[in-house]
Design a binder for this molecule. Structure first.
Ligand SMILES: [Zn+2]
Length: 76
């Protein structure tokens, strides 16, 4: 994947810790499943410009919110 800021291709995957790994919890999440409402995040950092991008698990977000939306906008 490419850096959204500078277009460089040397992006490194990792995660942001603060001090434990940070997760995203949607306000409208349902708790009917066995899963927690937390969506784990990952991050990529550009080797060229240092741009950091945080990416959440869009599949889980859709499960939690029952959003019938398609696969558009999903970054893998
Ligand atoms: Zn960059």
């Amino acid at each position: 994947m490419k850096c959204l800021r500078c277009g460089h291709e040397l992006v490194i995957e990792g995660a942001i810790y603060s001090p434990i790994r940070t997760s995203f919890r949607p306000q409208s999440s349902k708790f009917l499943t066995l899963e927690t409402g937390d969506i784990q995040t990952k991050a990529v950092m550009c080797k060229n410009c240092g741009h950091l991008e945080i990416i959440g698990d869009a599949m889980k977000l859709r499960r939690l919110t029952s959003d019938p939306g398609g696969s558009s906008g999903n970054v893998t």
